[in-house]
Design a protein. Structure first.
Length: 81
């Protein structure tokens, strides 16, 4: 995967995993698998709430999607201050 950049710096895997964790919590997933591809990441997990509870779901996150998640997380941290 070509990791997204923030300014001139490549985003660390720890920051990518942090936003993936937030995404997993919002999607109410458990038993999560993370697969890295050339285009980004694929998440697979078991839905724990809502109409689809008990079903497995798959999400594909491109580097642009990851960049947007990182920007959203930074904006939320800014609001908490």
């Amino acid at each position: 995967m070509r990791r997204p950049k923030r300014g001139e710096h490549v985003v660390s895997y720890s920051e990518i995993l942090r936003v993936i964790g937030q995404y997993v919590e919002r999607a109410h997933l458990t038993e999560v698998r993370v697969l890295e591809t050339d285009e980004g990441l694929i998440l697979q997990g078991l839905v724990t709430q809502g109409e689809r509870s008990g079903e497995r779901d798959t999400y594909q996150l491109t580097t642009d999607d990851l960049r947007a998640l990182i920007e959203d997380a930074q904006a939320m941290r800014g609001k908490r201050m």
